[in-house]
Design a protein around this ligand. Structure first.
Ligand SMILES: Nc1ncnc2c1ncn2[C@@H]1O[C@H](COP(=O)(O)OP(=O)(O)OP(=O)(O)O)[C@@H](O)[C@H]1O
Length: 123
């Protein structure tokens, strides 16, 4: 199969459209984006190291990607099961649980990274 650069660009466009259709509409995603902005500001203010930036950026990416997967799953469930069904509810709850695991992990890593800078900054 021949590599089609135009098709590749179109795929990026569809992916970008997917992200845009969630931004500003999904409350949880908005929360994660606000935390992301605050984390990035803190990173610059506290002048964290390159390695710490990589860890922080990885955490941000994982949480936002998890939230996008969760939103996609929610929409798919609403499409295939507009009526209430226990399994439909479980699917949504499990997807939300996955986001919670990612977000809690990222929060703990954030504390491990930022606490030493904060103690040095304030003490
Ligand atoms: N189709 C469904 N069948 C059974 N339970 C559902 C279904 N949809 C949602 N739920 C339950 O409700 C919880 C919240 O789901 P969701 O965030 O999609 O809100 P909703 O109840 O569908 O209402 P809304 O979309 O207006 O917020 C889910 O985690 C799940 O426990």
């Amino acid at each position: 199969m021949q590599y089609d650069f135009k098709k590749q660009l179109r795929s990026f466009g569809y992916a970008w459209k997917g992200i845009r259709c969630c931004v500003g509409k999904e409350q949880n995603l908005s929360f994660h984006l606000i935390v992301t902005v605050l984390t990035i500001i803190a990173g610059f203010l506290l002048d964290i190291t390159r390695t710490d930036w990589m860890i922080v950026i990885l955490c941000i990416g994982v949480v936002i990607a998890a939230e996008l997967f969760n939103t996609a799953i929610e929409k798919l469930v609403d499409l295939v099961s507009p009526e209430r069904h226990p399994i439909a509810g479980q699917v949504k709850d499990i997807a939300a649980g996955a986001v919670l695991v990612c977000a809690a992990t990222a929060a703990i890593i954030g504390l491990v990274v930022f606490i030493p800078y904060l103690t040095r900054f304030f003490l």
